[in-house]
Write a protein of this length. Structure first.
Length: 266
């Protein structure tokens, strides 16, 4: 696991972040700093609020307190697509691809903000349309090549094995020119071979693109192997933060999380 050089300012920061549903405080006073090129973990028992945190970090939920700050810009009040445009991309526990579209078209959809031609150019297939389409295809193929998916470019996304679909989802997220990638249980449902390929995929994203990654994962061996810093929450509150060894030996963490059985996420 490579050492991350700290910069003066985090790429992603939360300050006193929280949300209440009625009288229930689902997340409260959540503070995290994520730096460029860092791979951090967010763990906790089922129902602890991990997915709620991700929903706050992507604009699905609007916080009732605190702030989400990306690269010095407060994102409170922005819509989900504005979070994406600002540079936060996310994968989900259940893979969300356009299953009946080709592999390459799944990636090209993420380049929508780079499309410069208008409706008329698309209808009449002007030279500008073809130039833009050729450039988008070139960039999409480059991403597929990185994740060893280029040979499947014209195949339906639904035809890929599960592990390959997860890699495609990450490749598509990269196409948004993100600064931060949130991975929500990426190894769920994978066999050991697919998990090993996922580890390689995540390492490529981090080392080649310098993207900050925050990972939710129930596979603790994966978390301990990949993450240099881990935040643990329980009942919506942070109970520990530190390196893998420190977290593994923290009595509060052991009591709250590591000894419990996995199940459905909140």
């Amino acid at each position: 696991m490579s050492e991350v050089k700290r910069e003066d300012s985090p790429i992603l920061e939360t300050r006193g972040l929280g949300i209440s549903f009625g009288g229930l405080k689902a997340v409260q006073d959540f503070n995290i700093r994520l730096y460029k090129g860092e791979l951090a973990g967010l763990i906790g028992p089922n129902g602890a609020g991990k997915t709620t945190v991700f929903n706050l970090l992507t604009g699905v939920y609007m916080p009732t307190e605190g702030s989400v700050i990306l690269d010095g810009r407060v994102l409170n009040g922005k819509k989900t697509h504005q979070f994406v445009a600002a540079g936060i991309a996310r994968t989900f526990q259940n893979i969300r691809l356009f299953k009946q579209m080709s592999v390459i078209d799944n990636v090209k959809t993420a380049f929508s903000k780079d499309i410069k031609y208008g409706m008329g150019a698309a209808l009449f297939r002007t030279p500008g349309y073809w130039r833009t389409e050729a450039e988008l295809e070139r960039r999409a193929l480059e991403l597929l090549e990185i994740f060893n998916l280029r040979e499947y470019a014209d195949a339906l996304a639904s035809s890929l094995p599960y592990g390959q679909q997860r890699k495609l989802e990450i490749a598509r997220a990269l196409a948004t020119d993100m600064k931060v990638l949130l991975l929500d249980e990426p190894a769920a449902g994978m066999n050991p071979t697919e998990t090993a390929e996922l580890v390689e995929c995540i390492s490529i994203v981090r080392e080649r693109f310098g993207i900050a990654i925050l990972l939710i994962e129930h596979d603790m061996s994966l978390v301990m192997k990949l993450c240099e810093r881990i935040t643990v929450i329980d009942y919506g509150q942070t109970i520990a933060e530190g390196g893998p060894e420190e977290i593994a030996n923290n009595p509060r963490v052991v009591a709250a999380y590591l000894g419990e059985e996995d199940g459905e996420e909140d």
